[in-house]
Ligand binder design. Sequence first.
Ligand code: HH2
Length: 263
Amino acid sequence: MGVLNVTPDSFFDGGRYFDRETAIRRGRELVAEGADIVDVGGESSRPGATPVDEAEELRRVLPVVAALAGEVRVSIDTAKPSVARAALGEGATLVNDVGGLLAPVAGAACAGLVVMHRKGSAADMQHDPRYEDVVAEVATFLAAAVAAARSAGVTEVYVDPGIGFGKTVSHNLALLKALPRLVAAGEPVLIGVSRKSFLGRIAARGGGEPLPAEDRLEASLAAAVWAMAAGAAIVRVHDVAATVAAARLVGDPTSLSAARALQ
Ligand code: HH2
């Protein structure tokens, strides 16, 4: 899944594809690089991001969704029911529900749904998030979200532990380490780690400064390979070409997946 943020303020690609034509061109580039899905978003969910009103979010995403929907599977990354509904009307077929409210919209439209765990809003989610047992709490939340999605009539559901959404570096690492357990629960798993700040902080553990988003490609690829080898069905990434190249190692029947089968 390639990330396409039509925003001025996303933490990595903010401002790069804010212009409509540039965004559409970038979507096509993601497809050429090997993306099976393009995830279009019009509101940054990074900690501290300024909320975007409905009219503005629609203005940002709808023309881009409409232009790309005939060429690739498009998912709509939003927290707003009205934006999800309108994007589905323009040809999107997957709802990336980052706020937890969109199962009825996906169900009514016979669309797929990504249910994602988060603790708190963009304004407060990174202010000292705490869990008794992050893996158990996220797994319980996702099982309930899947049940709610099925009752709303959704038949295609993906679960996402929401890396970075109300989680410390340790919480994110615990969830990644527990990925095989989440995969074993039975629903296809989506993982979004691409260029996230915890990767920059881990790289700084040797004593240096946290790496900025521009310098987190290698760590992102390592995390994506880990996620794929652990059985994730979808990885959501900014760097599609590099991830596709890395994915070959995991997909090659003589390499990592075969090693996993032997365990
Ligand atoms: N992460 C981001 C946005 N949407 N959706 C899912 N399902 N999982 C994720 O981990 C996820 C997501 C944050 O990344 P990005 O879109 O690059 O940044 P921003 O929120 O600043 O636009």
